[in-house]
Write a protein that binds this ligand. Structure first.
Ligand code: GLN
Length: 380
């Protein structure tokens, strides 16, 4: 096989969702809610489809969305962004990640990546000719130590890819860790691509963006996602914000990937981003309820659940649950025989994988969660 194709594997999400589609299993694998998303935002898109332009919008995104992103981050994180030069709308966060990597990584550049690692990063780093330098974190707390980061950085290091809050672990890094990272980025003159798509789905205090840590304003590419904020994953509307130099570079890669994103969806997301604080709190409270329901059910069924401070996911420690199988074997068996699709967390490792953790998506209706719990209990 052409090694190019080997370097671009099929994602674990597609693989596990295909099993769910084929077998009718409950899909707690790929992260998407079964609620329809806010009606006013969907209605704004429908109206815009009829009443507003359907031709190519500006390459960097419609002004209304870029202004809304800048205003949103001003209101929520105290960031001051120039919407004209520092905000680029993308076709989902995945495109923003790819554009950032292709725009900023040159052949031979070393890129620090933290495992477990969201699966979109590594293949694009390799395609860009980057040299991955991997750090492995350990359950249950997935702590990133200064020593581990220091050991991964060399004079050839150009970039760090950092996901906070983190998928698949649900880990929210504390301010001390962000400051530790910032100190090293400044000392070694690194750029951080910071995937913060879960910034609003947090349960343990407020999210602190890396770009807000002193010294990081002009060396961070911050990536966001409307799919995550409004539970509209199929829309594929995302964005990146960064200082002008970085934004220009990422925008150049973006123009040859998707060029732009459907204007009506951009318009609707712009309306949504202006929602009042209370809406975000209610959204979080709804997700917290579902998370707690799944955790309680899993624990009652004898599963050891790891703490999750953010995201739509919780993790189960199979070994601590008294299950001797590795995560891939258990996930396959659970999907094909048990009727519940999950995600084996070893899929988020390139080397020295942790093989006893399973990720489950909790943002489903109560009845779906209850049935999944019953099936998981029956498989023990
Ligand atoms: N972010 C989603 C997840 O973690 C998957 C997105 C995708 O399938 N591309 O489940």
């Amino acid at each position: 096989m052409n090694p190019i194709y080997a370097a671009l594997p099929t994602t674990i999400f597609e693989k596990m969702s295909a099993i769910a589609r084929e077998t009718g299993a409950i899909n707690l694998g790929q992260g998407f809610p079964d609620a329809p998303g806010p009606e006013d935002v969907r209605r704004a898109a429908a109206d815009a489809l009829i009443e507003r332009s359907n031709q190519y919008p500006p390459m960097l995104g419609i002004p209304e969305l870029r202004q809304a992103v800048a205003a949103h981050y001003g209101a929520h994180h105290g960031l001051s962004l120039d919407w004209q030069t520092e905000v680029v709308a993308t076709s989902g966060a995945t495109e923003a990640i790819s554009a950032a990597i292709l725009g900023l990584v040159s052949p031979g550049d070393e890129v620090v990546l933290i495992q477990p690692l969201y699966d979109a990063y590594m293949p694009m780093v390799r395609r860009a000719g980057g040299v991955p330098k991997l750090i492995g974190l350990e359950p249950p707390h997935w702590t990133l130590s200064a020593d581990a980061l220091d050991a991964a950085i060399t004079p050839a290091t150009k970039l760090l890819i950092f996901n906070n809050p983190a998928n698949p672990t649900g880990k929210m890094y504390d301010r001390a860790t962000l400051e530790m990272i910032a100190k090293r980025c400044i000392r070694h003159d690194l750029v951080a691509i910071c995937d913060e798509v879960w910034e609003h789905v947090v349960f343990d205090g407020d999210h602190v963006p890396l770009i807000a840590i002193p010294g990081m304003r002009d060396r961070t590419v911050k990536i966001g996602s409307a799919g995550k904020i409004f539970a509209l994953t199929g829309w594929k509307v995302g964005w990146m914000v960064a200082g002008e130099m970085l934004a220009k570079q990422v925008g150049k890669a973006h123009q040859f990937m998707t060029f732009t994103t459907p204007p009506n969806l951009q318009w609707a997301v712009a309306q949504g981003l202006a929602k009042p604080q209370g809406w975000f709190e209610a959204m979080r409270a709804g997700f917290a309820r579902s998370r707690d329901r799944l955790v309680a059910g899993l624990e009652a069924a004898g599963y050891a659940v790891l703490p999750s401070q953010a995201t739509w996911f919780v993790s189960v420690d199979l070994a601590a649950s008294g299950i001797a199988l590795d995560d891939v074997t258990f996930a396959d068996r659970m999907a094909l025989e048990g009727g519940v699709v999950t995600i084996p967390v070893s899929a988020f490792f390139e080397e020295r994988p942790v093989t006893n953790i399973l990720r489950l998506c909790y943002c489903k209706e109560d009845a779906v969660l209850d049935e999944a719990i019953a099936r998981l209990k029956a498989m023990r």
